[in-house]
Design a protein around this ligand. Structure first.
Ligand code: FES
Length: 123
């Protein structure tokens, strides 16, 4: 698979999605989280919506009382983040691209290669 330069490392900030369009017309969202890079095609597995152009938030997390089952606390995680498709709100785990509600759905992912200042994706 060819490694295609899509950005410079200086253009991609931690927790700020960066969307690029490749020469063959693919739109790809590049993410940096905890120093690691992720790349996903801008096509939602649900109905083809522009998933990487949606909101990007901390994973909504709940803690429950193990005895009563009562919800104790709900918060947005700072350890896990989700990409949320703007069309119908399907959420994908940033680090895997897998839908958080239905693991049968996932975003098409690309391996990211850092080559000096260049951010490349394997297409
Ligand atoms: S097309 Fe993305 S949630 Fe429906």
């Amino acid at each position: 698979m060819p490694e295609v330069p899509v950005a410079k490392t200086s253009q991609i900030e931690e927790l700020k999605p960066f969307v690029v369009k490749t020469a063959d017309g693919r739109k790809i969202g590049i993410y940096k989280f905890k120093g690691k890079y992720y790349a996903y095609e801008n096509v939602c597995a649900h109905e083809g919506g522009p998933a990487v152009e949606g909101v990007f938030v901390g994973h909504n997390t709940c803690e429950f009382d193990p005895v009563s089952g009562k919800r104790l606390k709900e918060y947005f995680s700072t350890e896990k983040y989700d990409i949320i498709c703007p069309w119908h709100g399907i959420q994908y785990d940033l680090e895997t691209g897998v839908c958080t509600g239905d693991s049968r759905m996932e975003l098409t992912s690309y391996e990211v290669v850092i080559d000096g200042e260049d951010v490349k994706v394997k297409l």
